[in-house]
Ligand binder design. Structure first.
Ligand SMILES: Cc1cc2nc3c(=O)[nH]c(=O)nc-3n(C[C@H](O)[C@H](O)[C@H](O)COP(=O)(O)O)c2cc1C
Length: 394
């Protein structure tokens, strides 16, 4: 069992809030697939409009979605109650935000879900689709607009106030889900931790993106079934490295555990995320693209790795990468250069192309590297399909 800030999880794999955690059938499927928990689709006290999912999607690369349907409070409560009635084994986490003027509404809302049987509250301080899209276009918010999601999560004081309000209202664990768009997400986390956060949920990325456009169709953005286009939340593999970053950033600034989502497609990604400081990983887009089998593969792959490497549990390697983390001034660069194995080299010349490099030439149809000119960047190593180039310490 994993103790995730007071929430008991049977393994480190959770379904992230989204269109795969909006119905009881999905929660049952997640349970059957072996997920330890599911964060249900965001519950909002008011919805500015009702829109089903629209997205630009390139499987295994990126999803950009400007809208998808949220749950109303009544729907959310019924979903939690039904999951408990059916005695699902997985922990039910409620992803919520309030659109009411008083911060206290967050507390009242969270209490309703605790009474319905929720196992934890995930405060949505991250959704970029409403307030943030408007602000990024320079559109003033209307008088009736209440900041939600990412805009609340950019403000350390407000994020902490909401966290405290919910902490004061419920006994179950409270997990702020942070936005990568904050100036300093680590500061937001520190303030929320002081306000009583039991754990954090993070998501990587620049958050909002725009799809490609039809260059022969008057620049029409390539979203299907939309008259116009908005910036959309970016998810999937494209944000994985940004998720590594925010996971490491938050994990080394707070004491409580972190759950990370963003571009986890396989168990190796999950292990890396754990080594960057996540105690638990969560996944959404990959399940949308490839189905519930993703969860089973993640759980089994992580288990196998733990056994093969002789660890007692995943907790043994949470944050292992953080010991190596420092600022750019302090990297301790090792002198070295690239060397080529001429037996393997097929003379394709791909290694001579990098625009920043004067060290590699072709001689007698083989790559030749001048160690004095080599910067040591190792891009030729990555380019060589023959695996003929390696780096050598000077
Ligand atoms: C279509 C879609 C809808 C989402 N809806 C929510 C949501 O309601 N609340 C939330 O906190 N995150 C939401 N997310 C974000 C996911 O929970 C997750 O943090 C993010 O997608 C990164 O993980 P992934 O790359 O595995 O999808 C949504 C993601 C997608 C793709």
């Amino acid at each position: 069992m994993i103790d995730f800030g007071g929430l008991e999880l049977k393994n480190p794999v959770v379904i992230a809030s989204g269109p795969v955690s909006a119905t009881i059938d999905q929660l049952e499927a997640a349970d059957r697939a072996g997920a330890a928990g599911a964060s249900i689709k965001q519950v909002m006290t008011r919805q500015s409009f009702r829109g089903n999912l629209r997205a630009y999607s390139t499987p295994d690369h990126v999803m950009v979605f400007p809208v998808d349907r949220r749950l109303d409070v009544v729907e959310g409560i019924e979903l939690v109650k039904e999951a408990k009635r059916r005695k699902l084994e997985l922990a039910i986490i409620v992803n919520l935000s309030s659109q009411e003027a008083e911060v206290e509404e967050y507390g009242r809302l969270a209490r309703k879900f605790e009474e319905a049987g929720a196992d934890a509250i995930e405060i949505n301080l991250c959704c970029p689709n409403f307030s943030l899209t408007k602000r990024q276009l320079g559109r003033a918010l209307g008088e009736d607009d209440i900041d939600t999601g990412a805009v609340t999560g950019q403000n350390p004081r407000l994020a902490a106030e909401i966290t405290k309000c919910i902490k004061d209202s419920v006994q179950i664990p409270v997990i702020p889900k942070l936005t990568p768009t904050a100036l300093d997400p680590g500061r937001v986390a520190e303030e929320c931790e002081k306000a009583g956060a039991d754990a954090f949920s993070v998501v990587g990325g620049p958050s909002l993106g725009a799809p490609p456009v039809d260059i022969y169709g008057a620049g029409r953005p390539l979203y299907p079934l939309m008259e116009r286009a908005a910036f959309g939340a970016m998810t999937g593999s494209i944000i994985r490295y940004a998720t590594f970053r925010i996971t490491g950033q938050i994990a080394q600034r707070v004491q409580v555990p972190v759950m990370a989502s963003g571009g986890i497609d396989n168990w190796e990604h999950a292990i890396q995320m754990i080594m960057w400081g996540a105690q638990v990983v969560s996944v959404c887009t990959s399940v949308m693209w490839h189905g519930w089998g993703v969860v089973d593969k993640l759980v089994k792959g992580i288990d196998r790795f733990v056994a093969e490497q002789g660890y007692g549990s995943t907790d043994d390697f949470v944050g292992l990468a953080l010991q190596h983390l420092t600022s750019s001034e302090d990297l301790g660069l090792i002198k070295g250069y690239a060397v080529v194995d001429t037996e393997r080299c097929n003379g394709c010349g791909i290694c001579t192309r990098p625009g920043h490099c004067n060290a590699v030439t072709l001689q007698n149809k083989k790559s030749a590297i001048d160690p004095h000119l080599c910067l040591g960047c190792s891009i030729c190593v990555a380019l060589c399909k023959q695996k003929a180039i390696t780096m050598k310490e000077a």
